[in-house]
Design a protein around this ligand. Structure first.
Ligand code: DUR
Ligand code: ZN
Length: 134
């Protein structure tokens, strides 16, 4: 399967920036905007483990903080045996900013690739439309 090579290279570079003194499990992510820019992220851990930020959320938050809201594709990579998969918190954040149909490429560093979509990663996501109340 073909993946966007520029996204793969950008996410792979992030593996060297990951701050992972606790898990020793680097993850990299690259997010493509509809206008063609790439925003990247790595996981950033914390001595208070729960304060860790995952690579995907770092990429999304960096892009949003830079004024970007329109996204076209996301790629995640890790040094895993199988492809890396996003955690629940990341699936929720991805759903906030990316359309259900948007492609997400799950990869590793040995050439395994799985193409999925935002909607497949979190079917029935809680969204702004669910925030109505009486
Ligand atoms: O898709 C994923 C899965 C895990 N992690 C991070 C969180 C933590 O730093 C380490 C181990 O869970 O990997 C990510 O960044 N993205
Ligand atoms: Zn996560």
């Amino acid at each position: 399967m073909m993946i966007p090579e520029d996204l793969y290279q950008a996410a792979t570079k992030m593996l060297t920036r990951a701050y992972v003194p606790y898990s020793h499990f680097p993850v990299g992510a690259a997010l493509l905007t509809k206008t063609g820019e790439i925003y990247t992220g790595c996981n950033i851990e914390n001595a208070a483990y729960g304060s860790t930020n995952c690579a995907e959320r770092t990429a999304i938050f960096t892009a949003v903080a830079a004024g970007q809201r329109q996204f076209k594709a996301l790629l995640i990579t890790g040094k895993t045996t199988e492809v890396i998969v996003p955690c629940g918190a990341c699936r929720q954040v991805i759903s906030e900013f990316c359309a259900d149909e948007m492609p997400v490429y799950l990869t590793n560093q040995t050439g395994k690739i799985k193409q999925t979509t935002v909607g497949q990663l979190l079917p029935g996501a809680f969204t702004a439309e669910d925030l109505t109340h009486e």
